[in-house]
Write a protein that binds this ligand. Structure first.
Ligand code: FES
Ligand code: FE
Length: 328
């Protein structure tokens, strides 16, 4: 699936960068093939504009924020968050209305800047635990991977890869038959539940405060169309780890992978650095295989797949195909 050929994908919110990154100045980000400049006015507002000045097309992302406006590096024209030109140093008097650049919806959630290129069909996913004081939030990934968002989403719901891709971490190589899945389809998503036998190696025994060499994970997975996932892992001792992963489409072949984790234990019990090191190591295992996969196979490939563990991926492809059959 070529994401840049599907205009409906522009009608969703995507996380693009850490909100704190904008404190040092404007940032360029390509979303669905569209170059953007992201910037903060210093007074709490975050904005996304086309990264092309309407004067002589310089990159606004190489400019700077001056008194809450974005200043072009070429001739100093300044723009507000709606893309209106509010200052032209070379002229006095009225600035023509036509002096403007396209602006896009932007806001901050969970510590990240989110952008929608067109009117969003759904809101930013609600992760209730992020505002629950019983949980702490840990930032784990914000980096480009050379893989498509759909491949990453399929992988996130695919229990058949655990015994192979994760055989050096939590996957049980002795259990290649994946667990039974319970699936539920939503209008813009999917929920999948499974009880997964996993290996519990020494570093994870510390992280989970469980001495057993093997354990059972309760997996409750929600897919947020098109490229978001919330994975809630619950263990027998009451520890809950929620791993939220988003594959924001940069272009057809590349995704900005953003991941944060919520956990109901404390820093004194398990250091954040240890949890993050474990989750990043697992993500690196997935990345190693995902970056070998393609990005341009048509959506209907799923019809050729028959394993029960492929069902979530098939349902995702079916829902995306329905979305793409609608007019924008
Ligand atoms: Fe931006 Fe001239 S190109 S002010
Ligand atoms: Fe994996």
């Amino acid at each position: 699936m070529l994401v840049t050929q599907q205009p409906q994908l522009r009608n969703f919110w995507y996380p693009v960068c850490r909100a704190g990154e904008l404190e040092s100045g404007p940032l360029r980000f390509v979303l669905l093939g569209s170059p953007l400049v992201l910037w903060a006015d210093g007074w709490g507002g975050v904005f996304a504009l086309a990264d092309r000045c309407c004067h002589r097309t310089a990159r606004l992302s190489q400019g700077q924020v001056v008194e809450g406006a974005l200043q072009c590096p070429y001739h100093g024209w300044q723009f507000d968050g709606e893309g209106r030109c509010v200052r032209v140093p070379q002229i006095c008097g009225q600035i023509p209305e036509s002096y403007r650049v396209p602006a896009y919806a932007a806001q901050v959630a969970y510590g990240y800047v989110w952008v929608a290129l067109e009117e969003p069909l759904t809101g930013i996913p609600t992760i209730a635990e992020a505002s629950d004081p019983a949980f702490r939030l840990m930032h784990q990934l914000c980096e480009p991977w050379r893989c498509s968002g759909l491949r990453l989403m399929e992988n996130s719901f695919d229990m058949a890869h655990l015994a192979f891709v994760h055989c050096n971490s939590f996957g049980d190589a002795e259990q290649p038959i994946p667990p039974r899945l319970e699936t539920e389809v939503y209008e813009y998503g999917l929920r999948v539940r499974a009880w997964v036998p996993v290996v519990n190696p020494p570093e994870q025994q510390q992280n989970l405060q469980m001495a057993d060499p093997k354990t059972i994970q309760s997996n409750d997975m929600v897919w947020y169309m098109p490229f978001g996932r919330k994975l809630t892992l619950t263990y027998g001792n009451g520890i809950v780890r929620i791993i939220c992963t988003f594959a924001t489409p940069i272009d057809d072949a590349t995704s900005q992978v953003i991941q944060f984790c919520l956990s109901n234990d404390t820093e004194a019990e398990v250091p954040e650095a240890d949890i993050t090191a474990w989750e990043r190591a697992i993500a690196a295992e997935d990345r190693g295989i995902l970056e070998t996969t393609d990005y341009d196979t048509p959506l209907d490939l799923a019809q050729e797949q028959h394993m029960a563990s492929d069902k979530p991926g098939i349902l995702m492809r079916r829902q995306l195909a329905q979305l793409f059959s609608r007019s924008c």
